[in-house]
Design a protein around this ligand. Structure first.
Ligand SMILES: Nc1ncnc2c1ncn2[C@@H]1O[C@H](COP(=O)(O)OP(=O)(O)OP(=O)(O)O)[C@@H](O)[C@H]1O
Ligand SMILES: [Mg+2]
Length: 409
């Protein structure tokens, strides 16, 4: 194996002779991530072994290694370094106290992970649902989480992904760690063409409860990391998710602006690329608006832009936080009338304002089904899922003959 190093001197001194003794070639020794990044393309390494300090491991180094198809293993000495590795999206680590044979085993495994014919079961042909809505916090995250939960409760394998590059918030909403953004990690592997179902299962965190469980690919905690979610990486990640689970639910950002319209550099990274890619890939887009006068006018304006990006047949409209105090008596009638008159929108799902239910969910870091099972918002979301997203249950059209045994009908 040809190994490139970015390690502190003491560790380098221990590792180099042992690696050589076991027949490996150290092709480069760098004292910082920047130095290694500048030479990784030319040294012809198979793998890079780096210490998980800010000096030796950076997001840029990972990006450069991904581009050069060099897998990276981080040596971690303690919790702070483990967290640093996770925060830049690197989950492949080995303890600093590990023996050479353990380090070698981890290096060899790096090469193999993507080759493993992963998970015995057949690949699925899953569907993708993107939840989108204009600015003003209409409830995209709330809807994405609870749509995922209700689909999972119906017995399907589900992954919930956070692709909001402005205000990703699924991890804190579900009480999950957000130090290691799962969706960004998946994108990184997808960019290096080594994302597999086994990798997704390793990267994903599991939300579990009495009702059901689903996978979560958390979002970028720091908005400055948005360039990691490029359109091609998001598309490749979604493609792999389809083979992994029955339904992938994506929480997207609010903006539909194509940044290249405001920038002359066509190849510059684009902040809204992740949202646009998710919308284009999705089989169904749930467009959510806030059912108050400002929220509805925003929604109607941006709905026009949405259906320029996504065919109208793929869009389901949901108006959230429906309440009389914002729109007057008969709020459901008012909202339906406004949507029909000004947007030509029929068949919207209306979700009632339910402060108690959504607060209980946030406070406990759970889904509505777990934190407030009788919540009115949950009932409306469940109806949306069963009536408009899941296939209709198969029912026998033949009338059951009297006296027929139950299982035979
Ligand atoms: N039906 C509802 N009734 C009452 N409050 C709600 C309802 N749905 C969502 N909320 C609350 O509205 C706020 C915004 O919801 P959420 O975070 O889901 O919106 P968002 O569109 O994802 O916003 P952001 O722009 O921050 O991503 C949260 O406090 C949430 O609990
Ligand atoms: Mg949100």
């Amino acid at each position: 194996m040809r190994i490139a190093l970015a390690l502190p001197y003491e560790l380098e001194d221990r590792i180099v002779p042992e690696a050589a003794h076991h027949g490996h070639e150290i092709v480069s020794r760098s004292s910082s991530a920047g130095e290694l990044a500048s030479r990784i393309e030319s040294v012809g390494a198979d793998v890079a072994l780096v210490e998980a300090t800010e000096r030796h491991l950076t997001e840029n180094l990972l990006r450069v290694c991904d581009d050069a198809a060099v897998r990276v293993l981080a040596v971690v000495a303690g919790e702070i370094e483990r967290r640093h590795a996770a925060s830049v999206g690197l989950l492949e680590t080995v303890d600093a106290t590990a023996s050479w044979s353990e380090i070698e085993g981890a290096l060899v495994a790096l090469g193999r992970v993507s080759e493993v014919v992963d998970i015995a079961r057949e690949p699925r042909h899953g569907l993708v649902i993107a939840v989108w809505g204009p600015a003003g916090a209409p409830g995209r995250t709330t809807l994405a989480i609870n749509v995922a939960a209700e689909i999972a409760a119906a017995g399907y394998a589900v992954a919930l992904g956070d692709v909001d590059t402005h205000s990703g918030s699924i991890a804190p909403s579900l009480g999950l760690l957000d130090e290691a953004p799962g969706f960004a990690a998946a994108c990184r592997l997808a960019g290096a063409e080594s994302l597999t179902r086994a990798e997704l299962e390793r990267i994903g965190q599991r939300y579990s409860s009495g009702h059901s469980g689903f996978w979560v690919l958390t979002g970028i905690g720091r908005p400055s990391r948005w360039p990691e979610l490029s359109a091609s990486r998001v598309e490749a990640t979604i493609t792999e998710c389809r083979t992994w689970v029955d339904y992938t639910v994506l929480d997207t950002g609010f903006s539909l602006e194509h940044d290249e319209e405001i920038s002359t550099d066509l190849f510059a990274p684009r902040r809204n690329a992740a949202t646009l890619a998710a919308l284009q890939e999705a089989d169904t887009v749930i467009a959510v608006g806030s059912a108050d006068p400002v929220g509805m006018s925003r929604f109607l304006r941006s709905h026009v832009d949405l259906i320029e990006t996504v065919a109208a047949e793929r869009v389901l409209v949901a108006m959230n936080k429906v309440r009389a105090s914002a729109v007057g008596a008969n709020p459901a009638g008012q909202v339906r009338q406004t949507l029909a008159r000004f947007g030509g929108i029929d068949h919207a799902t209306l979700i009632p304002y339910d402060r108690a239910g959504t607060d209980a969910a946030q406070l406990s870091g759970k889904t509505l089904a777990d934190a407030a099972p009788k919540s009115s918002a949950r009932a409306a979301i469940r109806e949306l899922v069963t009536d408009r997203l899941l296939p209709a249950p198969v029912t026998s059209l033949r009338p059951r003959r009297r006296g027929m045994r139950r299982w035979a009908g």
